[in-house]
Design a protein around this ligand. Sequence first.
Ligand code: PEP
Length: 250
Amino acid sequence: VDPRRLLVGGNWKSNGNVTFVREMINEVLNRMKFDEKKVDVVVAPIVIHIPSAKAMLNTNIMVCAQNINMMGNGAYTGEVSAEQIKDFGLQWVIIGHSERRKLFSENNEIVAKKVERAQDQGLNSIVCIGETYEEREEGLTKDILKAQLDAIKQSIRDWSKIVIAYEPVWAIGTGKTASSDMAAEVHDYIRKWVAQNCSELISQQTRIIYGGSVTEKNAESLITQKDIDGFLVGGASLKQTFAEIVDIVN
Ligand code: PEP
């Protein structure tokens, strides 16, 4: 398989109920047709919905956790460990989503520890990075991304299990998308960072996906950018539009 095959992730966040999970899977996800060799499709339900989602989903769609703790198993009430995600049979986790960074005080150091836990367990991590509106306005976008990338560098031993999601915070859930040129410029910057900090080969094999108000309307112009290897989709992953986005990517 192509190490840089495309990837579309659906991040359901803290949305939905038992009925939603059943209907979304039976009526949308399991009806999608796509080439598994060309595109990975993953969906991230809340933890309590993971077992039923995994049981219902066609085997070509993988279930992803939205978060893991930075410790492991133990006296950490309310938390789920990378070991437990792995033990349940999942291969994927989202780490460092901007909502977790902002609302749950996850700084670069915490994100780095979580990446390390995921690497210890051999999980595939979708690591989210991105600048806020103020940071972009102040011309700090690349500095912020560099700091976020530098922070996780020491935690990564196996780059084949890392997907970087560039998610400009100002574009998440706002209906504002980075223009394809804007996204292309940042993806190019991230790929160069990987080349300089790891190797040219790793940079060519690492998937860098975009997230931030992706819909069936803007997916085409974004996915045709050479350094955009797929999407992390929030709002549009809760409905039929997710299948349209997968179709466009495929
Ligand atoms: C996200 O939460 O990762 C995201 C990109 O959300 P939305 O598509 O709703 O902007």
